[in-house]
Structure formats: structure tokens, C-alpha cells
Ligand binder design. Structure first.
Ligand code: CP3
Length: 323
């Protein structure tokens, strides 16, 4: 998620005066920002500092990330002609990614680095809506009114994700995460027809590397079995579905049991330790139902989060799970 940064004073200090997307192209900043939460909290893995729209920016799609808003696209996709600029990165388009990953892997020592990309639906939603959306109305409308254009766009975005993830894994990332953050806006039927085949293509292409593959979205309670089936090794769960129930849903339709990731509600970060600790205990207990459990928030860290509370959570999870 967008975890690393925004709540840390040391993050705000190094980002001062540099735009989000420019920061992603500077190995000195990428390395420093990726390491900050590992250094401060002692988390078990680092997530690469980049963004899901970076590979589009790198091939010349006209976009920016507006602070407090998110990715904004100059020319939203309306026709086949608009697909021209949407092409996969070559390693030479993103030398700073290769350099940053290599340097991080050496500095992280035994701590794994998670590489990531946006899944076709979530990235398409920005390209079609032109920016963030509440209802994804234009994206859904395009899927149903012009399925050929939709599938062509989603297929290109699968290629974009494959290329971007491959660059990160080839440079040394030891796990990958495919973010379909906004897929929860879809019905299972639409997800199965318009999205799952494209995400499945990404996972299938990455299988050759043998690195663990995590798949995450928000509000995906109804989609968990389908997202698991798309080819994830680990299924991310937001706070709406308890982890043991998530495991039941994933396996109910005959799906293989899998590790899960999640799922503390980020809103509770400001509720005080007396409210947080029982939630952590509950999540650790429910996570026992899975083949393995990566403790995480159910979505990103809010910029207002108190770093001391995050540190307390990491310490508590380490202590409790060691027991
Ligand atoms: C949907 C999505 C995006 N980007 C991402 C997703 C999928 C995961 C999720 O759902 O959180 C993924 C992402 N974006 C970022 C990371 C790297 C890890 C990290 O530093 O947290 C990751 C893994 C950096 C970032 N990407 C962004 C920030 C904030 C930039 C800042 O202002 O400092 C960071 C640290 C910007 C961004 N980029 C995006 C949004 C919605 C925003 C937030 C805009 C805002 O509220 O300011 C698109």
C-alpha cells in the first residue's frame, strides 16, 4: 500500500521540494525512502518506493500525481487511438528502477524487498476516469459498451505490469505484489469476465521467476475466491472480512488453501492502545486459520498516523507471534 512514507517526518523532510513522480526516478531518494520504515520499525519486508502509474509515466503517458488527490491523466482513454502511448517499459526506460532495486537489495541484507505493480483494472480506472473516482462509472460503462476496447486496454496494462514487475524481480526483488485496489467496485460476474483473465495473465507470466506473488484489493470480500484463482500465492484482505472467513471463502469453491495478508483497519491507528491490542490479538488468532499469515493493515497508512503507534504494533506483532 502507500505505507512507507507520508506519516514519517523523515519522509516529509526528504520529499520536500520534489514531486512524487520525480522522487521515484531518483535512486538516492528511492533507496532512502524505502529503507526509512524498515529502519524505524523493523518490519519484516520493505516495499519498493514507486507508484502504480510510474511505468506509464516512464513511457510518456501524460500524467501527474497530485498531492492529496492521486494520479491524474491528461487525455483519458476513449478510443483505440488513445491506446498508442500505453506500452510496456523496457529496462532502458527505467534505469533508475534497476539501480534502486539493486542498491536496496544489497543494503537490506536479509530483509526481503517487495516489488509491485498496479493490476490492469485499477490502472485502467485512472486512464479511463482521468483520475480518482468514487463509482468507476466511466470504466464500467466502457467495459460493457465497448468490450473490444476494454479488453485491448486491459491486455496492454497486463503487459505493462508484467514488464514493470520483471524489471524489479530481475534486479533482485524477492516477492511481488499486484495491487487491484479498486476491483471491489465490480460484481463477481464483471470481475470474472472483464478483469480476472488479465490479472491471471500477469501472474502466469511472473511464475517463471518463482517469487511469491501477493494480490490485494479493497472491498473485495465478494471477490476473494476469484482473485485467489487469478494466480496469487498470497491473498490480501482488507478489514471488512475476518481472516478465517477469508480463508473459508477462498477454499469454499475448491480453491487451494493459501496464506493471507492483513487486515487491521487503518482507522484504528488513532483509537488508542486499549482498542488496538485486542484487535491485533483477534487478527493473529484468526490468521491461524490460514496456511500462513502476513500481518498488515487492511489498506495504507493514513498520513496522520502516529509513527509511535505503528512502532508499537510492529513490536507487539513480533512478540505475540513469537509466542
Ligand atoms: C491505488 C494506488 C496508487 N498507488 C499505489 C496504489 C495501490 C495500493 C493502495 O491502494 O494503496 C501503490 C503505491 N504507491 C506508493 C507505493 C510505495 C510504497 C510507499 O511508499 O508507501 C505503493 C505500493 C507510493 C505513493 N504514492 C502516492 C504517495 C503519496 C505521495 C505524497 O504525497 O507523499 C505515495 C507515498 C500517491 C498516490 N498514488 C496513488 C494514490 C491513490 C495516491 C495518493 C494521493 C494522496 O492521497 O496524496 C495510486
Amino acid at each position: 500500500m502507500r505505507q512507507a512514507g507520508r506519516s514519517l517526518p523523515e519522509y516529509r523532510a526528504v520529499r520536500e521540494g520534489t514531486t512524487m513522480l520525480e522522487s521515484c526516478t531518483r535512486p538516492d531518494l528511492v533507496v532512502e525512502i524505502t529503507l526509512q520504515p524498515v529502519r524505524r520499525y523493523g518490519v519484516d519486508a520493505a516495499i519498493f518506493f514507486s507508484d502504480i502509474v510510474l511505468p506509464l509515466k516512464a513511457v510518456g503517458v501524460d500524467l501527474e500525481i497530485k498531492p492529496g488527490i492521486g494520479p491524474v491523466i491528461a487525455t483519458p482513454v476513449r478510443s483505440f487511438d488513445d491506446l498508442d502511448p500505453v506500452r510496456p517499459v523496457e529496462p532502458s526506460d527505467v534505469p533508475y528502477v534497476t539501480d534502486s532495486v539493486k542498491q536496496l537489495v544489497s543494503e537490506l541484507g536479509g530483509t526481503p524487498l517487495i516489488g509491485f505493480a498496479g493490476a490492469p483494472f485499477t490502472v485502467a480506472s485512472y486512464l479511463v476516469e482521468g483520475g480518482p473516482s468514487k463509482d468507476y462509472a466511466k470504466t464500467k460503462s466502457l467495459m460493457h459498451s465497448d468490450p473490444k476496447l476494454w479488453h485491448a486496454l486491459a491486455d496492454r496494462l497486463a503487459e505493462v505490469a508484467i514488464a514493470y514487475l520483471s524489471v524489479q524481480v530481475e534486479a533482485g526483488a524477492s516477492a511481488i505484489q499486484l495491487f487491484d485496489s479498486w476491483a471491489g467496485a465490480l460484481s463477481p460476474r464483471d470481475y470474472a469476465e472483464f478483469v480476472q483473465p488479465h490479472s491471471a495473465k500477469v501472474f502466469a507470466a511472473l511464475a517463471q521467476y518463482g517469487v511469491p506473488k501477493i494480490h490485494f484489493g479493497v472491498n473485495t470480500g465478494e471477490l476473494l475466491p476469484l482473485m485467489s484463482e487469478a494466480g496469487a500465492d498470497v491473498v490480501g484482505v482488507d478489514w471488512r472480512v475476518p481472516l478465517d472467513e477469508a480463508v473459508r471463502r477462498i477454499t469454499a469453491a475448491g480453491g487451494a488453501p493459501k496464506p493471507v495478508q492483513g487486515n487491521l483497519d487503518p482507522a484504528l491507528l488513532s483509537a488508542g492502545w486499549d482498542a488496538l491490542e485486542p484487535e491485533i490479538d483477534r487478527i493473529l488468532a484468526e490468521g491461524q486459520a490460514a496456511l500462513g499469515h502476513i500481518f498488515n493493515l487492511g489498506h495504507g497508512v493514513p498520513p496522520t498516523a502516529d509513527p509511535e503507534v505503528l512502532h508499537q504494533i510492529v513490536r507487539a506483532v513480533h512478540e505475540k507471534s513469537a509466542r
